[in-house]
Design a protein around this ligand. Sequence first.
Ligand SMILES: [Zn+2]
Length: 411
Amino acid sequence: MRLTSAIALLALLALAGCPAPRAAPPATPSPRPDAPPAPPDAPPPPPGAPSAPAIAWTRVETAADLPGAPPAAGTWRIHLIDVGTGLAILVEGADFTLLYDAGTNDPDEKPARVLAYLGAALGPSGPAPGGGAAAAADPTCAATGAAAGARRRIDHVVLSHPHLDHASALDEVVHCYQVGTLWDAGRINHAVFYRDLLLTVAATTGTRYRTAAPPPADRTLTVKGVAVTIPPAVPWQSFSEGDEVALGAGARLTILHAEPKGHADPNGNSIVIAVDLGAARLLLTGDAESGPRADPSAPLGDVEQHLVERFAPQLDADILQVGHHGSKTSSRRAFLAAVTPSLALVSAGPRSYKGTRLPDPEVLAALEDVGATVLRTDLRDGACPLVERLGPGKGPGGCDSWLITVGAGAP
Ligand SMILES: [Zn+2]
């Protein structure tokens, strides 16, 4: 496991009389928990010694906290965007962008905070090339600052599964940005937000649509009583577990769970992907579960069991998006033992899930037990002190976003 490698490196450095390469900052609101820079004179590890990937993190409180340019080659950025009760993660390389989910259950997160964040991180983007009058007249894309913007590209957008807290803003993202490929399990949820997403895909040119379910011969899906036909101008292909996709130089994604069947709960359809960024790995799990709410020591089941049985080597990751917002439906100890993350990302907000506010303390304890530092988006939901947070000034989001830097240049 990578944890073992990291411990080995620390032991080597300690023997050499050197300080640890990066002290993990506390995940507390203040003082600002930026990781200190690595010692400039830290010697490289001996030839053949295992090396832990360089990972650092910092808060994003205003647009000024975001870099003004794409990351340098060989480095990557992961943005855990605070969208309130939901999930949105942006991954950036020098040569690609990937957005995993963009949704929230909080009504006060309108206009979509994630659009404001994307506008600040990637640049404003509107419905048509050139921006200008067409962009200015589009109230949706104005949230990105689109009045002065062009139409910008997001190479991959993944809808983990069709629940509102993961998808509420995705139709707006596809409308305002030029999405290269939209990944969707294809499990139909008869809800307005999912229908709106498919209608937007059908009206978009230049986007490829990929589903775990094979495309029907008539290219038509009926959602909430409306037949949506994906025109031939939108290429539509299926995908499967084990598929690998090159993202850019040194980066790729691997599909670890793809399930189109109509489970009673769409959480079981979560697309799980491993994203390799140089020597580091990010594991994105959506709301994948082991089963009913239970103590993390309970046996594996459902998607987590499938992942451990079929993809154990690929699960070994440095950064984990904690499943189902830190619910006890997920993150069984046996699953975490396979992942052994050093950093755990928990996206949660104040709205309850069937009466329970997440994350569950037992899951946070289990993450701590495997040595993970937890970054949370819900630390200041009740009383955000920021006056210039990205997006609306109301709502629980925008106060606890995190920027994680991966690669040789970190931090
Ligand atoms: Zn969810």
